[in-house]
Design a binder for this molecule. Structure first.
Ligand code: 5GP
Length: 204
């Protein structure tokens, strides 16, 4: 399995459904896993770090990067640009590192077309009502933003049919172990390990 390329994993789900928490746990227990750092034009929130959570940039800078062809994908979400810088993702995949793209559904659609081999996982809140409560508790958005995000969330949940896997985040530990099972199964697909058979046969 040594010269295997890294997996590209699309991880989507409505804002506030717990993607960051699930991802943090996944990263702690998987040495071969990284998250791509996106670029965005939205304002930095309290506690976020530029260059770690996102690269926070101006609209002008973002549009320049689009024109240069440096973005793997990008989308407008709730009035801001969000996108995946291309070069780091390609480098990691070629180095055999598994890369997670935490992106919304329009970006997911573009990635699936570009990388038909990508694994796609949709994280569901237990219900829309619960999602609303979580967004309010987070306290980072005003009422207008919350209702806009809830409206988008419903549209996104309806598009979960476009994904290969769905994980319901009622309990973080369970969601993490479900995600881990998906990752393990994907890694063991014969099609992803083209040299395995000859390695086994030739190493008698
Ligand atoms: P938030 O503002 O809550 O950090 O993110 C809003 C939405 O943008 C989330 O659904 C998140 O997954 C998505 N998002 C973050 N980075 C990217 C990206 O690089 N590309 C796309 N298409 N969506 C992204």
């Amino acid at each position: 399995m040594s010269d295997r390329k890294g997996l590209l994993i699309i991880f989507s789900g409505p804002s506030g459904c717990g993607k960051d928490t699930v991802l943090r746990e996944m990263l702690e227990t998987n040495d071969d896993l990284r998250v791509s750092i996106s670029m965005t034009t939205r304002k930095i929130r309290d506690g976020e770090i530029d260059g770690m959570d996102y690269y926070f940039v101006s609209r002008e800078y973002f549009e320049k990067k689009i024109k240069e062809g440096s973005m793997l994908e990008y989308a407008e979400y709730a009035g801001n640009y969000y996108g995946t810088p291309k070069a780091p993702v390609d480098d990691m995949i070629n180095d055999g590192i598994n890369v997670i793209l935490e992106i919304e559904v329009q970006g997911a659609e573009k990635i699936r077309k570009l990388y038909p081999d990508a694994v796609s996982v949709f994280l569901m809140p237990p219900s829309l009502a619960e999602l609303e409560e979580r967004l309010r508790k987070r306290g980072t958005d005003d009422e207008e933003t919350i209702s806009h995000r809830l409206f988008i969330a419903e549209q996104e949940i309806r598009r979960a049919t476009e994904f290969q896997y769905a994980v319901v985040n009622s309990e973080v530990e369970k969601a993490v172990s479900d995600f881990q099972e998906i990752l393990n199964s994907e890694k063991h697909k014969i099609s992803r390990n083209p040299n395995l058979i000859s390695e086994v046969i030739n190493n008698v």
